[in-house]
Design a protein around this ligand. Structure first.
Ligand SMILES: NCC(=O)CCC(=O)O
Ligand SMILES: [Mg+2]
Length: 329
């Protein structure tokens, strides 16, 4: 006659709902991506990422102090490199006095307990906008790994706690780990972008850093020869297990929302922390819809972050980190 079980009993009021809630969001979940530019007093809004900015080093200092005061304790640094410093080999990436190297020191000095992670990738430094050296229309793997390894060492020397190679070249985790051990950087960790898909959701990010592949003869037009095919699932597990074997401390899946099935599978398959990058296009979509009054910004933001964590993310890299934490407070 009556339902045997009344599941609604556990949803009666906020007290019982919060008592049985399975997924709780806290500032500890987040890794905050930060974009850095040359100059002084610069805080430029990124056109396709409303309310997200590029900072010069002086204002970066202010920003990280604010993040720290909000309980956000980890940052992931990206730099926008002037065109005249770009080439095919990422030469500027290993300049010990380059913008990234100075940014690392700036954050370490401004906020000594902040965890500093760095993007290791050639695209912001590449005149062709690729994550590897271009030769005859192809992306060279091993020569690019050599550059990424030098770049990682340079970040470690500048004081990075973790490097985050986001390039998807084969074998780079082992190469970086070995170089760190050889130079005595035993405690410098690696967050590997293990399953990074060739996604169209990265568009706004490429505006932020001016790092999109250029349209030129003999330069690949997209990143499909190194980033993963969105159609593939088993390959993500294989990529991730290989990176763990090579020495990755944390593995990352990217983008977020469209790939939460992959996040859950990887979470079930591995025993290291799993990070998810909720990327620029995911941020831009919600900002745009909210600006038009089509979606409730804060409610959708929390639903998305909760879904990412529920899927298995131990760490969430998100442009919403500050918005979320302010809302929680
Ligand atoms: N290597 C970092 C990224 O590619 C970020 C992409 C995004 O936020 O769209
Ligand atoms: Mg790989």
């Amino acid at each position: 006659m009556y339902p045997l079980k009344r599941n609604r009993r556990l949803r009666t009021n906020e007290a019982i709902r919060s008592l049985v809630r399975e997924t709780i969001i806290s500032p500890n979940d987040f890794l905050v991506p930060l974009f850095v530019v040359e100059g002084k007093g610069v805080k430029e809004e990124i056109a396709s990422m409303p309310n997200y900015f590029r900072y010069s080093l002086d204002l970066l200092e202010k920003e990280v102090k604010e993040l720290w005061s909000l309980g956000l304790k980890s940052v992931l640094l990206f730099v926008k490199v002037p065109d005249n410093l770009k080439d095919n080999k990422g030469t500027e990436a290993i300049n010990p006095n380059g913008l990234m190297q100075r940014a690392i020191k700036t954050v370490r000095n401004a906020c000594p307990d902040m965890l500093v992670m760095t993007d290791v990738a050639m695209d912001p430094y590449s005149s062709y906008g690729h994550d590897g050296i271009v030769q005859n229309g192809l992306i060279l793997n091993d020569a690019s790994v050599d550059v990424l390894t030098e770049m990682s060492l340079s970040h470690a020397r500048a004081g990075a706690h973790f490097v985050a190679p986001s390039d998807m070249m084969d074998g780079r985790i082992l190469s970086i780990r070995e170089a760190f051990e050889d130079e005595g950087f035993y405690d410098t960790g690696i967050v590997s972008y293990s399953a990074k898909y060739a996604s169209a959701f990265y568009g706004p990010f490429r505006d932020a850093l001016d790092s999109a592949p250029v349209d030129m003869a003999n330069v690949p037009k997209d990143k499909q020869s190194y980033q993963m095919d969105p159609a593939n699932r088993f390959e993500a597990i294989r990529e991730t297990e290989m990176d763990i074997d090579e020495g990755a401390d944390i593995v990352m899946i990217k983008p977020g929302l469209c790939y939460l099935d992959i996040v859950r599978e990887i979470k079930n398959a591995v025993d290291v922390p799993v990070a998810v990058y909720q990327v620029s296009g995911e941020y831009a979509m919600l900002k745009a819809a909210a600006e038009r009054g089509w979606l409730n910004h804060d409610a959708v933001m929390m639903e998305q972050i909760t879904a990412i964590k529920r899927a298995g993310a131990d760490v969430i890299a998100s442009y919403f980190a500050k918005d979320v934490v302010k809302l929680l407070n």
